[in-house]
Design a protein around this ligand. Structure first.
Ligand code: SF4
Length: 237
């Protein structure tokens, strides 16, 4: 625990990156997709919904609407029955119909590669755009979802003042080498999904305890006090 309080933020990042680079060198999204069109549809559907649920509805949806042109020719009412089991199906059906139309009319049916262009598409905010450019185009974009936000704060990778997804995104990419950003996005999501879960983080099986802020302060504060906290510790956070 002494290690945590003596650690600078760059050191914490180094420990985080070292662990995952060694143990999970090739992380992947858990959304099933075969091309950029399928990924952007899946990411739109995954907002406030599990990847498992999205993967369940995608095959039938894609059989009916295999391209952006077919999706764009459909109405929200046409799309709704295929996605009724995901969260917010009414809104997402409208977004997908508009997404298919805009992709077809303005981008020749192809998924654009810039965050600015992607954010013009219905249902595509900064997070979704970041996922697409990161996963498809391997660009150094950090999509901050609820898992990335939570785990970054618990580990102490980002300052408490980073209270918005955009602030967390900026704080993370400041310390992560560009070529590693797409992988770091998956590492944070998967760690949050399976170990550092929202309500009761599974600290007893977590391999990151010796540099985790939450663990040092909330789970084992006695150990931290015994180890001694240098007066400069606060200024590092
Ligand atoms: S030690 Fe606990 S709080 Fe910290 S990252 Fe691991 S599971 Fe999350």
């Amino acid at each position: 625990m002494a290690g945590f309080f003596r650690m600078t933020r760059p050191e914490r990042f180094r420990r985080f990156l070292d662990y995952f680079t060694t143990n999970f060198p090739e992380p992947k999204t858990e959304l099933a997709y075969r091309n950029p069109y399928e990924l952007i549809v899946a990411v739109v559907l995954s907002a406030q919904c599990t990847d498992k649920r999205v993967n369940l509805v995608m095959p039938a949806l894609l059989e009916q609407f295999p391209t952006a042109a077919e999706l764009g020719a459909a109405s929200a009412e046409d799309i709704f029955p295929f996605i009724r089991s995901v969260s917010y199906p009414n809104n997402k059906a409208k977004h997908l119909a508009g997404l298919g139309r805009l992709l077809t009319e303005e981008f020749g049916g192809e998924v654009p590669s810039t965050i600015e262009e992607l954010q013009r598409l219905p249902g595509v905010g900064r997070k979704t755009a970041n996922v697409v450019v990161s996963v498809i185009y391997n660009q150094p974009a950090m999509a901050v979802d609820t898992h990335v936000f939570r785990v970054s704060h618990r580990l102490g990778l980002v300052p408490k003042t980073a209270t918005t997804p955009l602030a967390v995104e900026k704080a993370l990419i400041k310390y992560i080498p560009q070529e590693v950003v797409p992988k770091a996005h998956h590492w944070l999501i998967l760690h949050g999904r399976y170990i550092c879960v929202a309500r009761s983080p599974k600290c007893s099986i977590c391999p990151l305890t010796d540099f985790c802020a939450y663990y040092a302060k909330e789970v084992a504060p006695g150990l931290a006090t015994t180890a001694g906290k240098p007066s400069s510790a606060k200024s590092q956070r």
